[in-house]
Write a protein that binds this ligand. Structure first.
Ligand code: FPP
Length: 256
């Protein structure tokens, strides 16, 4: 839903799809949004209340990413391990994702956001899959912010699937084993065509990757922020970007 009271964003500019290298603003920020459950239980509320507030934090962060010049934002909304959560919570999250798409799609489009999904979203059922497909299709020509949502995503499964696909190509004679280099592997990942994250943020004070973008974060800077995801917003993102700007990225090379 468009909210007229919200501050309009600056005019649309094209996002630079290239990785930032030595740039001070990370081209690609990946976020592990953690702490929804703790946010809710601290208030004596059901977990879904934390997820609901987490969805509002997603909206704030998308707007902040645009305003702060980030071209790519990838968020971990549901891991392949999250299927182990109680069925009720999974159902609540599925409903929330559908609701988010319904209420935010017009705004995402108006703000020049291109939506992508990585992982196995089909596992959420036909309705959400159809909504996601439509959202991805209808934002495909946008270039201001590339927003990627990881849904039923697991990095080890992603890498194993890439290995399987390469093995099949070799067996079918389309590829020689010596052709399997880093680029060939990267092309088989969900993130094919996307730059690697420059900055990975995890909220809630936890310091783990939790099977998120294991291959793609090889040279990412990590920033762990002691804030629960539902409280996240523009100021927290600005703090993480400022920390990133202070880091010296060497990509394995010696300092000059
Ligand atoms: C982690 O908090 C959060 C999740 C597993 C779900 C993330 C979902 C959202 C932010 C809401 C909807 C998303 C979109 C894209 C609109 P947790 O439940 O593990 O928290 P805890 O560690 O405190 O229990």
């Amino acid at each position: 839903m468009m909210r007229a009271s919200r501050k309009p964003l600056a005019p649309v500019e094209q996002a630079d799809p290239a990785p930032s290298g030595g740039s001070l603003v990370p081209a690609h920020v990946a976020i592990i949004m953690d702490g929804n459950g703790r946010w809710a239980s601290a208030r004596g509320l059901p977990r879904i209340a934390g997820h609901r507030e987490g969805a509002r934090a997603v909206r704030r962060t998308v707007e902040a990413a645009i305003e702060q010049g980030v071209g790519w934002l990838t968020i971990y909304a549901f891991s392949s391990e999250n299927w182990r959560r109680p069925a009720g919570e999974v159902l609540d999250l599925t409903g929330l994702l559908r609701q988010y798409l319904k209420s935010e799609l017009a705004e995402l489009r108006a703000n020049g956001v291109r939506l992508r999904v990585i992982g196995e979203p089909d596992r959420f059922g036909a309705d959400l899959t159809a909504d996601l497909r439509e959202a991805v299709r209808s934002t495909a020509s946008n270039t201001r912010l590339n927003l990627t949502v990881a849904l039923s995503y697991g990095a080890r499964a992603e890498i194993a699937a890439a290995a399987r696909s390469l093995a099949l190509s070799v067996r079918e004679g389309h590829l020689a084993p010596s052709d399997i280099d880093e680029e060939a592997v990267a092309r088989c990942l969900f993130t094919d065509g996307m730059p690697d994250p420059d900055l990975l943020i995890r909220t809630s004070g936890e310091q783990r990757l939790s099977n998120f973008l294991l291959w793609q974060t090889a040279y990412a800077e990590f920033v762990f922020q002691d804030v629960l995801w539902p409280d996240y917003g523009a100021t927290h993102l600005a703090t993480a970007l400022a920390e990133y700007a202070r880091r010296e990225r060497r990509f394995g090379a010696r300092p000059a």
